[in-house]
Ligand binder design. Structure first.
Ligand code: PHE
Length: 448
């Protein structure tokens, strides 16, 4: 770990930061919404299998590339390359990931801004400012711009402080808060009428749906988004891990936390939907399909909270604070990708690079806010449905075909001396070489 570029000071710090990146709106909003629209428990089952069988190996490839390179995504990839063509390939994959992270941040910060305004609304109502409270949950242009800028400001504030004082310190504070809040909310929702029915829908799979192509595609996309793959983020976080750490275990722990929190979020949201239904809020459209994703969080849940009377204000506050925290620990990782690149490749001070890039992305966010109807969907689709799978696939190709097997082994052996005889080393190399790129490619092709 180069002293000048910083690094995580502890194993716990890395786990909180990487899990912080992985756990975000994708887990707490995306996963339950997808579960509800894709046959409940069947989706959960497929997601769990794909997360461990496809996303985890790809995640390991990114972490390993980063720890080997000890540098930003582009330099790390190029360090592995041995000729000009491989170096160019490395550049395309590394830089592509950085652009992808910046694009995701540009729309993610808008949605995170909504979460923050919805978190402040109950406070305004409690304080008796009904007008301000209404303004906070009205989707006006000014409100959207202000809260997007506010959220981006927080992201910039943390990243300017660097790895240990910024990313690690804040992830260690925010992640335990997030887990605590999530558990409290689940316990509360479980005491309400209708929760049991939701619990059943969530946990009893309809096995006949497990092999539906659309379900498989959604589950794989969700798993890749959730582990922040194909965005250079895990390469750069990998580069901040000390050589003495056991990467195989660390990667598995982060995957486990990510999947568990998605699972817990489902345990909160799906029963909450049924509670809302028991209170007369419409959650399914007339044809039996789920009312769309954004309605779920911004219409159905607030309706549920307001049905609870004064307690509902506190629950609403807790829920949207939870969402905002989850979003913030993810957004900092997205900004770190481009920042580390500019700092290391263009010899720019971190503070300056962070402010400059953060503001640049904010300009793009404002453009999206102004053209919300078409641009939000466009940028989200471009970056998450095209960018992420393509780049994640190329990362696996790079690790599997460009990087020498013996060099990979000597990298993993640091911190894990006996890895050569482990199940991981028996499976992972050929898995990354053949199975991951083929499976990702097939699913991607099918989704087109
Ligand atoms: N994994 C985050 C989530 O689930 C989103 C994310 C994507 C973070 C890409 C970083 C990079 O919300």
């Amino acid at each position: 770990m180069g002293v000048s570029r910083g690094g995580f000071s502890s194993r716990f710090g890395f786990i909180m930061a990487a899990a912080g990146s992985a756990v975000g709106l994708g887990n707490i909003w995306g996963f339950p919404t997808q579960t509800a629209s894709n046959g409940g428990a069947a989706f959960v089952l497929v997601y769990l299998v794909l997360a461990f069988c496809l996303a985890y190996p790809a995640f390991m490839a990114e972490l390993l590339i980063g720890r080997y390179g000890q540098a930003n995504a582009v330099s790390s990839m190029q360090k592995i390359a041995r000729n000009t063509w491989q170096k160019r390939f490395g550049f395309v994959v590394g830089f592509g990931g950085i652009i992808c992270a910046a694009l995701i941040l540009s729309f993610y910060s808008i949605i995170a801004g909504w979460m923050m305004s919805y978190a402040i609304e109950p406070l305004a109502r409690l304080a008796g400012f009904a007008g301000a409270a209404d303004w906070l949950i009205n989707h006006s242009l000014i409100r959207n711009i202000l809260f997007t800028a506010f959220f981006m400001g927080l992201t910039i504030f943390i990243i300017r402080r660097g790895v240990e004082e910024g990313i690690e310190k804040w992830s260690k504070r925010l992640m335990p808060m997030l887990i605590g809040l999530l558990i409290l909310l689940i316990i509360y929702v479980f005491t309400l009428d209708g929760a049991r029915e939701g619990f059943n829908a969530y946990l009893n799979p309809d096995i006949s749906r497990v092999f539906e192509p659309d379900l498989l595609i959604s589950a794989l996309g969700q798993a890749f988004f959730s582990l922040s793959l194909g965005t250079s983020v895990m390469i750069i976080y990998g580069s901040y891990i000390a050589k003495k750490e056991n990467l195989v275990t660390l990667g598995a722990q982060v995957t486990l936390i990510d999947v568990s929190i998605a699972f817990l979020a489902g345990l909160l949201i799906i029963p909450a939907m049924y509670v809302a239904q028991a209170q007369g809020v419409a959650i399914f459209a007339e044809d039996g399909s789920l009312i769309s994703g954004s309605n779920l969080v911004f219409t159905v849940l607030p309706a549920l909270f307001s049905g609870m009377g004064d307690v509902g204000l506190f629950v609403a506050f807790g829920f949207f604070v939870l969402m905002s925290i989850a979003a913030l620990t993810s957004s900092i990782s997205m900004l770190e990708g481009p920042v580390s690149y500019v700092v290391e490749r263009h010899d720019t001070p971190r503070e300056k690079a962070t402010t400059f890039i953060g503001l640049g992305i904010l300009v793009l966010s404002i453009l999206i806010v102004i053209n919300l109807e078409w641009m939000l969907d466009f940028v989200a689709t471009l970056s998450t449905q095209y960018g992420q799978p393509i780049i994640a696939m190329l990362c696996c190709v790079f690790a599997g075909w460009v990087w020498h097997r013996s060099d990979i082994l000597s990298e993993i052996k640091q911190g894990n001396e006996h890895v050569e005889h482990s199940l991981f080393w028996k499976i992972w190399p050929w898995y990354t070489k053949f199975v991951c790129p083929t499976a990702i490619g097939l699913v991607f092709w099918h989704s087109l």
